[in-house]
Design a binder for this molecule. Structure first.
Ligand SMILES: [Zn+2]
Length: 88
């Protein structure tokens, strides 16, 4: 079962910066959150680096945003923090 992002951020949670998606050809999705919610988050890998992508599932056109690129280890840490509401 895919995890859900907690509704509320933890007190003192850090805010991630979100950017327009890059046109990366080879993106591997390593993990994702449940798509029963409008906003779906994915842990992605591209060229040995990791980042997080979020998609707002609009009826007509999904809105996609991505974080900075990090090392894969760092991206996994951010992913874990996201799932526990420590960053958003
Ligand atoms: Zn769900």
């Amino acid at each position: 079962m895919s995890p859900h992002i907690p509704d509320r951020r933890q007190p003192g949670a850090k805010k991630l910066d979100w950017f327009e998606p890059s046109d990366e050809a080879r993106v591997r999705v390593l993990a994702w959150t449940c798509d029963c919610l409008a906003m779906v988050y994915e842990l992605c890998q591209a060229g040995g680096q990791g980042f997080i992508r979020c998609t707002l599932q609009n009826e007509d056109a999904p809105e996609i945003r991505e974080t900075h690129r990090w090392s894969l280890a760092q991206a996994r840490e951010v992913w874990a923090a996201l799932l526990t509401g420590m960053v958003r």
